[in-house]
Write a protein that binds this ligand. Structure first.
Ligand SMILES: *Cc1c(COP(=O)(O)O)cnc(C)c1O
Length: 427
């Protein structure tokens, strides 16, 4: 369920007309709904009521401090994949004991940061990483709590660029090497084994891959325990899909997913850890944009928007579908097919092809739904387009939670090479 609905013929975010936000911040702009974030977090946690479970929100889906603070207030932990994300999570008030650190390429400075903060667990993805972590923890006279992220070689469906649990993917410890990795870790003085971790992909729209992965890893946990390893936590990762296109994808809801996970882990006596990202933030955000021009091409119409692939790259990167709606409902039934594009100089800067939309004209406002996850976080300043603002709505209030930088701000980080500067030439 989302809180972006029409009232009196125009689209609102909760109780705020999107038109009001556009007037305040300009467009394009990302807009997030507090009520939707809270609802998704609640529904997800309730699916595991009665079980010891940590919901570590995957920060990379949407890492804005306002989003993190909203979830932190509700008791969320965080799954971080860089020192930068760790700094964000801590700064938003997420306790270090609820932070898990994932990623294939953690650096020494990132490990030091996380060790100093005292995070819950490092999800380790290689023996090379394990040894470096042991060394860093040794320098700090600590024991680093670890789980290995194992690669169960399970196909998760979905787009190949977001599948992570196949043997050919770069992620995790190869299945045939997992037990040996635990044996190796048990010998290291500054490592404490606490669990097992798996994450098979993103935008997964059926339960079968989760079932396959959990059963496989469940078997591994039994064997590891039999070998004397103290496995206290089972991190089942994230990846639950969301409906992007109300006409065709109907992924299982958190309740069905919850029932499955609870049933498969019922006799394990283990703390469950979840790393949902998209499921929490995806439908809690929209991208609001304005039509600059409508152009009639040889055989098709183009709606040229002020948002572009640098603001929302999912269609260009993953052929992703986003529902598009005009902010003002029209009384006429006239619809046309549009190629909805941005102003960036790339053919890939196309959000939708031959999309049926109510007739559009210059200055109309439109929204892209389901843009709360992997939207703002993946944006860039390509074509020297400033990063767009982010706004959080809460009931009838809204607040700018990330400002648009000025062109001066953007240029101020750059400088001429010394040999082109006036003073250098004068010498
Ligand atoms: C990206 C990622 C997630 C979150 O995936 P979603 O599909 O957004 O739920 C969780 N864990 C890890 C390790 C990730 O890389």
């Amino acid at each position: 369920m989302r809180h972006f609905n029409y009232k009196n013929g125009e689209l609102y975010a909760e109780d705020v007309p999107l038109r009001d936000i556009a007037a305040k911040t300009g467009t394009p702009v990302y807009i997030y709904s507090t009520a939707t974030l809270e609802r998704h977090f609640n529904v997800f946690t309730q699916a595991f009521a009665g079980r010891k479970a940590l919901v570590a929100y995957s920060v990379k889906a949407n890492s804005n401090l306002g989003v993190l603070a909203t979830l932190s207030k509700m008791g969320a932990g965080a799954d971080v994949v860089s020192g930068g994300e760790l700094a964000r999570a801590l700064s938003a008030g997420i306790p270090s004991t609820k932070i898990v650190f994932s990623g294939v390429g953690k650096t020494r400075p990132e490990m030091d940061m996380a060790l100093k903060a005292g995070i819950k667990v490092f999800n380790v993805e290689s023996l090379a990483e394990l040894h470096v972590l042991n060394e860093r923890a040794g320098v700090m006279k600590l024991k680093a709590p670890i789980a290995f992220r194992v690669n169960p070689d399970v196909s998760a469906g979905g787009h190949e660029k977001i599948s992570t649990g196949k043997a050919e993917n770069k992620f995790g410890i190869a299945w045939s090497r997992a037990q040996a990795a635990y044996a190796e870790a048990a010998k290291l003085p500054h490592i404490e084994i606490i669990g097992v971790d798996v994450h098979i992909g993103s935008q997964i729209t059926e339960l079968t891959p989760f079932k396959a992965a959990i059963e496989k890893v469940g078997g591994l946990i039994k064997r590891l325990r039999a070998q004397g390893h103290n496995i206290k936590s089972f991190d089942v990762g994230g990846g639950l899909g969301i409906p992007y296109n109300s006409d065709n994808d109907v992924p299982p809801g958190p309740d069905a997913y919850g029932r499955l996970v609870k049933q498969l882990t019922a006799d394990m006596e283990i703390e469950l850890i979840f790393e949902p990202g998209r499921m929490i933030a995806g439908n809690a955000g929209v991208l609001l944009s304005r039509v600059i021009y409508v152009k009639q091409g040889e055989d098709r119409k183009f709606a040229i928007l002020d948002a572009a692939m640098n603001d929302l790259i999912r269609p260009a990167l993953y052929d992703a579908y986003h529902e598009i709606e005009p902010v003002m409902q029209t009384t006429s039934d006239l619809r046309s097919l549009y190629d909805v594009v941005g102003p960036v100089c790339e053919t890939g800067d196309t959000f939708a092809k031959q999309r049926s939309l109510p007739d559009l004209k210059a200055d109309d406002l439109v929204v892209f739904h389901s843009a709360g996850a992997y939207g703002a976080v993946l944006s860039s300043q390509y074509n020297t387009r400033p990063l767009i603002p982010e706004v959080m709505v809460n009931g009838a209030e809204f607040s700018v939670i990330r400002q648009r930088p000025s062109l001066e701000d953007m240029l101020s980080l750059e400088s001429m090479p010394d040999w082109l500067s006036a003073t250098h030439n004068a010498v």
